[in-house]
Write a protein of this length. Sequence first.
Length: 242
Amino acid sequence: MAFGIDIRHVASAVNVPTLIVHATDDQVCNVENSRFLARMIRGAHHVELPGEDHVPWFDPDPTLAEIREFITGRREPATPDRMLATVLFTDLVGSTARATELGDRRWRELLQQHHAAVRREVERFGGHEMDTAGDGFFATFDGPARAIRCARAIVEAVRALGLHVRVGLHTGEDELLDGKVAGIAVNIGARVVASAAVGEVLVSGTVRDLVAGSGIAFEDRGVAELKGVPGEWRLSAVVPQP
């Protein structure tokens, strides 16, 4: 019955704003049908979306975006996903002086070893590398205790290369958009590492509270104001395990 419907003789009589959305590789109804309607209905807005499904609800977001834009006259920005994660930042200390001492070639080789060591520990502890800016790393973890243990392992791994890093951690809700992690939690993590001493793993009070009972020991570093972040934040240094 559905395939027997023929409205070609009345399509030109439609005289209202019309949106036509069709999957380019539709396996049920050929896209030429929608193209015909677009030609017949005066001022129709025709959109072809990639895919072969005839019904849109298997992946509704692209179709809904077109409908919203057609109704409101503007494209809504993509809504970022949010996730709770522990962010880890590393900062290589004294890199400029060491590069001057070693020269370009030897420093480049040592930096490659540093990067390999950090990536090895991040992978070993189940983290995800998000970015590498110069000689610093940004990674995320699904658990703060695992992130702390990774941070301690990174400090020791790069020390074996004759290098020193500081590490900062914070746990919070992050925005995930187009594979990138952003948000206030990321900004806090970046500020925490800037407050860490050489060879130190510094964490926010949120991280310390979340790992209570894990056996990880801390030394209080007092309350600090983090640049660009409202309020005061209590920071703690992870006590190295013997």
